[in-house]
Design a protein around this ligand. Structure first.
Ligand SMILES: O=C(O)CCC(=O)C(=O)O
Length: 283
């Protein structure tokens, strides 16, 4: 994995893991250029950019996300029973603005999937001790599209050091180019990276959170950037008053987009928008 060994002394992780280069030798000096990052992304399906968030930004993000995660329920199924998620963090805190707007990340994303990108899923993910490895998946699999091009690039920010022991995301390098077929878990490598790094990966790359066998949680933030056209022509959820939408027949609510047709499409705060509308004060 592309880890800057100059900045990160060996053995500096909380669980004592020694940083080691991954499948390709790191060349972090070149990770300041969107064309180079994009080249790696196209070739390997992922790229790690170290050192984007400093200690102050990391401390602020941990401090703001901590209470949101403390208040969050444990996940279930795919999300992991020893994992907590704080959904839509950019709607409630400004501590991730710097990450979300990092020019190098946005330039790379827009080189990869074109201009006018928008957020897809955004979520802080805290993988707690005892969490098993997540099932392998590729993020743009939520859309029923052929696997012939990227419609999504995921930015996974390490707010803690990501180590093989604490649940670093496990990726299958090159799997974005496979036409079909889920890789075997044995093909994965851990995306070990120091806090403040971002792992960019293709929406077609197979990956999953690793198992956390340490005694400390691992905090990451996922920001998916998706094609601008993955949306309705009109922003109905903005033009409609929520108070009115609550009174509408269910089918009309669904047609306006207040619907969760599949588990990872259309939810709000991890819930079906219909449930959310009935239990929240109308805006
Ligand atoms: O937190 C991680 O390392 C990856 C999580 C993930 O891939 C997901 O929940 O879709």
């Amino acid at each position: 994995m592309a880890v800057n060994r100059d900045r990160v002394p060996a053995g500096s992780c909380p669980d004592g893991t020694v940083w080691r280069p991954g499948v390709r030798p790191a060349d972090n000096a070149r990770m300041t250029d969107a064309s180079e990052v994009g080249r790696q992304l196209r070739r390997d399906g992922y790229a790690v950019i170290p050192g984007l968030l400093n200690q102050q930004a990391l401390a602020a993000a941990r401090a703001e996300l901590g209470p949101l995660l403390d208040a969050a329920a444990w996940g279930s199924g795919f999300d992991g029973t020893r994992t907590k998620r704080a959904w839509a963090p950019l709607a409630v805190t400004r501590c991730l603005d710097q990450a979300a707007l990092t020019p190098l990340v946005l330039d790379t994303v827009e080189q990869a999937i074109g201009p006018g990108t928008q957020f897809g899923l955004t979520c802080a993910i805290q993988v707690h001790p005892g969490q098993q490895a997540q099932v392998l998946h590729y993020d743009q699999g939520i859309y029923p599209l052929p696997r012939d091009r990227d419609v999504m690039i995921t930015a996974l920010w390490a707010l803690d050091d990501f180590t093989a022991g604490n649940g670093a995301t496990r990726i299958v390098p090159g799997s974005h180019l496979r036409p079909a077929g889920k890789p075997d878990a044995a093909e994965t490598v851990p995306a070990q990276m120091p806090a403040g790094s971002v792992l960019l990966f293709s929406g077609r790359l197979y990956h999953g959170a690793g198992a956390n066998t340490t005694s400390l949680p691992r905090l990451g933030v996922v920001i998916d950037y998706i094609q601008p056209w993955l949306r309705p022509c009109e922003a109905h959820a903005l033009s409609a008053s929520h108070a009115r939408v609550r009174q509408l027949p269910q089918r009309l609510q669904e047609l306006l987009g207040f619907n969760q047709p599949t588990p990872y499409l259309g939810f709000i705060e991890g819930r079906h928008p219909r449930d959310w509308l009935t239990s929240n004060q109308p805006r």
